[in-house]
Design a protein around this ligand. Structure first.
Ligand SMILES: Nc1nc2c(c(=O)[nH]1)N[C@H]1C(S)=C(S)[C@@H](COP(=O)(O)OP(=O)(O)OC[C@H]3O[C@@H](n4cnc5c(N)ncnc54)[C@H](O)[C@@H]3O)O[C@H]1N2
Ligand code: MOO
Length: 392
């Protein structure tokens, strides 16, 4: 009897248990885009650090009203405040971003006054004070600790908090080993029985997009010494990924070679289409994941398992893949004994599977808008039925 295949959810839970948040390091703020903070940044000042004008105009004391004439007694510019105070009957020329002088209550925009020599007359009275209060954005001692990769707006905020460096989890270092006697590197001459290695490049790109550091290693050949050399070259990585040689053929030597080198394989073969031969475990301190060689299988497995694992290693929770309900625009047959991630096109009437779900067809993977997830043993589905969809 064939051994039961591990369900996808259980495989994911076991993979996530293999990884842990990587230790923190100091990162210069300009380099921190996309990084995940490991501890809070603390503001060393109020922002704005002083009450400031939001308009070019005149700072006036409380009670000044339309029709009043006021003597202009000085100027407050950005970076250079007016040293004295504003009293009833006086005004200080002020510019946007300049400190509000002592005694001033609000700012009259210059469009709302007429000026003759050193005297202004208020010609219009708007309801706004045009003052930005000290500490309105944040106060000294405020902390900031977003639990997601830093975005441009976060860098702006952290800069205004004067955080020159931020504590971030180390980026996962991911070694990627393509394997197979038939493979040649991109751009090399490919003989009649050879194919160009491509899946490893796509997986590396997905890993980089997730904020990790991908190191593409040379092709390992289908013999134990070559695979051993590749694993040796991966030393120091937090995650080692092999591509190919994961199945049960005579030349599929990844699992036995990894085991012979001391790896502990936690599981091998799962109830996923495409991606049945997936394996995962530990090799020393590194997490080890053996992906199937078929490029579509390798990429679907990366989406389903490796991206959540990288999230955990980067210091975040493993967020579930963003799934939405969509309608089928085509009938589907019953599903078999593996959870099926079917590549689909989206259209006005719903989703339609691409012409073939074979796991070697990269033109269809590249053209697809996403996948629908068909549970194990799902009954046939009809046009208009709702299914779970994950967009690419
Ligand atoms: N008797 C059985 N045979 C197979 C089974 C099974 O259960 N019983 N599973 C099938 C499934 S499902 C898959 S998926 C494949 C996976 O096999 P491997 O992981 O051993 O992959 P390879 O045989 O090395 O390669 C498969 C295919 O992919 C091409 N390949 C490999 N690496 C790359 C790369 N970096 N870039 C592009 N293409 C790559 C390789 O040339 C092969 O064509 O096993 C089935 N067999
Ligand atoms: O699982 Mo394989 O990945 O069906 O082609």
């Amino acid at each position: 009897m064939k051994p039961a295949l591990l369900p996808v959810d259980e495989a994911l839970a076991r993979i996530l248990r293999l990884g842990a948040a990587l230790p923190p390091e100091d990162v210069a703020l300009p380099d921190a885009l996309g990084r995940v903070m490991a501890s809070a940044a603390v503001a060393d000042r109020d922002q704005p650090p002083f009450s400031t004008s939001s308009m070019d105009g005149y700072a006036v004391a409380d009670g000044a009203a339309r029709g009043d004439s006021l003597l202009v007694i000085g100027e407050s510019a950005a970076g250079q405040r007016f040293a004295g105070s504003v009293h009833a009957g006086t005004a200080v020329r002020i510019f946007t971003g300049a400190p509000l002088p002592d005694g001033a209550h609000r700012v009259i925009p210059q469009e709302d006054v007429s000026r003759a020599g050193d005297t202004i007359t208020i010609t219009d009275d708007q309801s706004s004070r045009f003052v930005r209060a000290q500490g309105d954005d944040f106060q000294a001692g405020s902390t900031y600790f977003p639990r997601r990769p830093l975005r441009p707006a976060d860098l702006g905020l952290l800069a205004s908090m004067n955080a020159a460096t931020v504590r971030c989890h180390r980026r996962p270092r991911v070694a990627i080993i393509p394997g197979g006697d038939e493979l040649v590197q991109i751009g090399a001459h490919a003989g009649p029985d050879q194919i160009v290695a491509s899946g490893d490049l796509a997986v590396a790109a997905m890993v980089e997009q997730a904020g990790a550091i991908a190191q593409r290693l040379p092709i390992a050949r289908d013999n134990a010494p070559s695979i051993r050399a590749a694993f040796d070259a991966a030393a120091g990585a937090d995650l080692i990924i092999t591509i190919g040689g994961a199945s049960v053929g005579d030349h599929d030597l990844i699992a036995p070679t990894a085991r012979a080198m001391g790896a502990e394989i936690d599981f091998h073969r799962i109830a996923l289409q495409p991606g049945k031969p997936l394996m995962a475990g530990k090799m020393g301190d590194a997490v080890f994941i053996g992906l199937p060689g078929n490029p579509v299988s390798a990429q679907i497995c990366t989406m389903v398992f490796i991206l959540p694992l990288l999230s955990v290693m980067s210091g975040l929770d493993a967020a579930p893949l963003p799934t939405q309900k969509v309608r089928l625009a085509a009938d589907l047959p019953a599903n078999g004994n593996r959870q099926h991630y079917m590549r689909v096109f989206t259209g006005p009437d719903g989703v339609t599977p691409v012409r073939s779900q074979e796991s070697n067809l990269q033109s269809l993977l590249a053209a697809a808008d996403g996948v629908i997830v068909r549970p194990i043993a799902a009954p046939p589905a009809k046009v208009g039925d709702l299914v779970d969809f994950i967009a690419f």
